[in-house]
Design a protein around this ligand. Structure first.
Ligand code: DGL
Length: 276
């Protein structure tokens, strides 16, 4: 991983996700690095990624990366666990700038927090199938036991705003009860949509687990990388935060607000650069 000679402190951080979940990562970045310019791309035309094959996800990741590179970004955050799990190498190979994925920061935070070294991981079907979290956690702590579950219905429930609904509680119990039987003490929310369901997940697991938000952990990694490379934006002016989507911008603004915790402003429609 090499830093581009041309990267400037004022260049934006590029962030992408399949749609809206990555806004939880943008929120963590804005809280931790309030002076950074950010360009966010949500691939609303092709969401969800989590139910697709690794080949298709890798192709989308390559196109999303090329799109962000067109905005002269100084660092890319893959604000999607699914892409981080199956296509981190694709994004790194195309970019000549640093790349932060979700898996390693989430795994590090989980290993730090778990006393019993019994860790649960939840995510999309593609993330769970890839086993990327298990590998990352056990590379940091080889005595750790990792128990995992795909929770595919969590994404549409979060997108529909049903974060505390009774139906969501019922589904969460169904998904999480088998994991709790393994006496885990820490649960990685391995999808950027899941922090929105934190309250429900905490409730149905009887407040017994430390919940790891990999977006918050990734934002801390970004801060450290920018500091190490002297690439923090020194300007104290209000930063530019630009939102780009591949379809239906108005819907993205509406649904995105609770994810970002603030108004989104203008959302622009763009077309990812096809590489086929
Ligand atoms: N936000 C994506 C993730 O973190 C999941 C959404 C999707 O399936 O596209 O994995």
């Amino acid at each position: 991983m090499t830093y581009s000679q041309k990267s400037k402190e004022s260049n934006p951080i590029g962030v992408f996700d399949s749609r809206i979940g990555g806004l939880t990562v943008v929120k963590a970045l804005m809280d931790l690095l309030p002076h950074e310019n950010i360009v966010y791309f949500g691939d609303t035309a092709r969401v969800p990624y989590g139910s697709k094959s690794p080949e298709v996800i890798r192709e989308y990741a390559s196109e999303d990366t090329r799109l962000l590179l067109g905005y002269d970004v100084k660092l890319i955050v893959i604000a999607c666990n699914t892409v981080s799990a199956v296509a981190l190498d694709v994004v790194e190979n195309i970019s000549r700038i640093p790349v932060v994925g979700m898996i390693l920061p989430g795994a590090e935070a989980a290993v730090r927090s778990s006393k019993k070294k019994r860790i649960g991981v939840i995510g999309t079907s593609a993330t769970i199938r890839s086993d990327a979290y298990t590998r990352a956690i056990q590379s940091l702590e080889n005595s750790a036991s990792v128990f995992k579950a795909a929770c595919p219905l969590f994404v549409p429930l979060a997108e529909e705003g049903l974060t505390r609904h009774k139906a969501t509680q019922l589904i969460a119990k169904e998904y999480l009860f088998p994991l709790t039987l393994n006496k885990i003490d820490t649960l990685v929310l391995g999808c950027t949509h899941y922090p929105l369901l934190k309250e429900t997940i905490d409730l149905v697991t009887n407040h017994s687990l430390t919940l790891i938000d990999s977006g918050e952990a990734a934002a801390r990694t970004v801060l450290k990388m920018l500091d190490d490379a002297c690439l923090r934006n020194p300007s104290a002016l209000k930063p530019n935060v630009t939102f780009l989507v591949s379809d239906i911008p108005y819907r993205f603004s509406e649904v995105g607000e609770p994810f970002l915790g603030r108004k989104l402003g203008l959302v622009k429609k763009v077309t990812p650069i096809h590489v086929r």
